[in-house]
Write a protein that binds this ligand. Sequence first.
Ligand SMILES: NC(=O)c1ccc[n+]([C@@H]2O[C@H](COP(=O)([O-])OP(=O)(O)OC[C@H]3O[C@@H](n4cnc5c(N)ncnc54)[C@H](O)[C@@H]3O)[C@@H](O)[C@H]2O)c1
Length: 341
Amino acid sequence: MTVRCAVLGLGRLGHHHAKNLATHQVSGAKLVSVVDPLGERAEQFAREYGIEHWTKNPDDVFEDPTIDAVVIVTPTSTHAEMIAKAAKNGKAIFVEKPLTQSLEEADDIIQTIQETGVICQVGFMRRFDPAYAEAKRRIEAGDIGKPIYFKGITRDAGSPPAEFIQHSGRVFLDVSIHDYDIARYLMGAEITSVSAHGRVLLHSFMKEFKDVDQAITYVHFDSGAAGDIEASRNSPYGHDIRTEIIGTEGSLFIGTLRNQNVTLLNSKGSTYEIIPDFQTRFNDAYRLELVHFIECVQNRQTPKVTEIDGKVNLKIAIAATESFDSGKTVWLEGHVAEQTR
Ligand SMILES: NC(=O)c1ccc[n+]([C@@H]2O[C@H](COP(=O)([O-])OP(=O)(O)OC[C@H]3O[C@@H](n4cnc5c(N)ncnc54)[C@H](O)[C@@H]3O)[C@@H](O)[C@H]2O)c1
């Protein structure tokens, strides 16, 4: 069965997902419609990639019975409404992280998803990245013993524009949430407390949105492990994603700054090209997560990362935001039983 898909939102990441679908990188999927209120964006994409339909209005897609699945890459503040409409119209749902902006919204849409029985996958793509997948395999094989410390570095080359920051839910929901998810996954444990700090170092416009461009979350896990998670928008040298897991019998380092395995040596010294942006670093992962989603739609299977993981990660991110705002450690309780790590 070919899964007829629509992509909603053709911005920084939506364009990337739509291109993967349009250029047949995702077997079993056919991109039949693209949606963006900036009509010229949708029209131009449809023309360039030969997509049969484009529209400014998401309802055109939700109400189209020939569309099986939607890929929601709209601003975070719109996710809850998009997911609810998609579920009520029986569409399989791939939604970018974070699931929603509030726990109330998350509970509402989880209920709707369960009542309608649609599939929902959330875009925590690191789980599909070959390096993180290999690290998971090594941890499960016992190669580093028991994981006892997680260190996550996520540095963006710069800040997205103010319009994005305004709808992003602030740095812990927008950036650190990737590390909360992969930390839970790799450590095989749940986060039980967060202590978060941050500051505006470079991008002063963020103060208007109570956001920061440099943040740190210190976490405890229910396994007894601990960790620290840095999020930064201040990395002019490139997109810098590194993770370290310390175990009782060894360590794992995941990630590199190198874009290609080429080093230039000349009279000025040696240089290599650094990964420029998230689309480049996670090119494989963005494709592989959609491959998994389409397989789940075709086989009516539950995806590896569902709305339940989406809610657990959101809960951690909201607790971190509360900790940042209050200056106090926040303890998380009651989510261990509902997760699907
Ligand atoms: N997984 C990742 O690594 C990752 C990376 C970047 C962004 N994201 C997530 O993807 C989402 C989009 O981020 P972005 O950086 O692409 O944002 P963006 O601002 O670059 O693009 C958003 C696009 O959505 C369009 N849009 C706005 N309202 C819409 C609506 N109601 N229906 C359809 N389209 C609408 C906008 O016109 C714009 O083209 C956010 O939730 C963000 O958190 C995830």
